[in-house]
Design a binder for this molecule. Structure first.
Ligand code: IPE
Ligand code: IPE
Ligand code: MG
Length: 249
């Protein structure tokens, strides 16, 4: 574990890592257990990943915890996920404070059950003073929802004469997104072997490095994060240029 960590170049860390935590249900099935057991087992992976990211000096870690599409799951599973969310958030505040980690959330939070909203709000307030890393939970999140929201808010400002439509730029748009103020993720990880984005951070991942691993989320540990970061560090981020134009360190 320490060997892999030692290989990481701390001068070339992503500032922001986003994770699509997937595979809880299949993990549970593999163990002959109900799907909800998979979600419960995923909490350990959240803890480990958060701790490892903070220890490395990552500034933002965004975890996709519940998509707007996930409401279409069986009611029993949705309820269990919401209950797990409240329970986990309440339990983890102490550790977040101990580790100097601030909690934030992106998504259509007003549509979450009242209990979840309250627990989330309280945890956000209770960790607001922490500044080692920001842990962002994407809850009732979808990128298309976020983009539509941004379009509506910008349209209103144009209507009100506060902005000029012809002068709108990428910064105006980025500032209208839920991720306002955060750097775009340099690295996006998806577990469970699925190689799709599932409506996550579409604008923000325009130039992210994508990393897919077959590991199911409940099995994801610090070493898996280190492997993803090492893979990222071996890539050449050209941003449209050619290799020879990039200054070699
Ligand atoms: C990810 O695991 C957790 C959520 C989407 C809430 P899944 O529940 O999607 O697990 P699989 O993909 O069915 O295995
Ligand atoms: C994506 O996982 C959403 C979260 C991880 C919260 P899903 O399991 O819902 O995605 P699909 O349905 O396989 O695309
Ligand atoms: Mg899934």
């Amino acid at each position: 574990m320490e060997e892999l960590k030692a290989e990481i170049n701390t001068d070339n860390l992503p500032r922001h890592i986003a994770v699509i935590m997937d595979g809880n249900g299949r993990w549970a099935k593999q163990h002959g257990k109900p799907r909800v057991f998979g979600h419960q087992s995923g909490v350990k992976a959240v803890r480990e990943t958060t701790e490892a990211a903070a220890e490395l000096g990552i500034e933002y870690l965004t975890l996709y915890a519940f998509s707007t599409e996930n409401w279409n799951r069986p009611k029993f599973e949705v309820n269990a996920l919401m209950a797990l969310l409240v329970e986990t958030i309440r339990k983890e505040v102490k550790t977040l404070n101990k580790n100097n980690i601030r909690l934030a959330a992106i998504g259509d939070l007003d549509k979450l059950p009242g209990k979840s909203q309250k627990a989330l709000q309280k945890a956000i307030e209770d960790t607001a003073g922490n500044d080692r890393m920001t842990l962002v939970l994407a809850l009732n999140y979808s990128a298309k929802w976020e983009i539509m929201n941004a379009v509506k808010s910008l349209a209103k400002e144009v209507e009100a004469g506060k902005l000029n439509a012809d002068e709108l730029d990428e910064t105006d748009f980025a500032d209208a997104l839920a991720t306002k103020g955060m750097p775009d993720p340099e690295l996006l990880i998806r577990t469970s072997g699925e190689t799709r984005i599932s409506n996550f951070l579409l604008w923000q991942i325009a130039y992210s490095e994508l990393y897919f691993t077959p590991t199911f989320w409940p099995d994801f540990r610090k070493d898996d994060l280190y492997k993803a970061i090492l893979d990222y560090q071996n890539r050449e981020r050209r941003f449209g240029k050619i290799s020879e134009q990039l200054s070699k360190g």
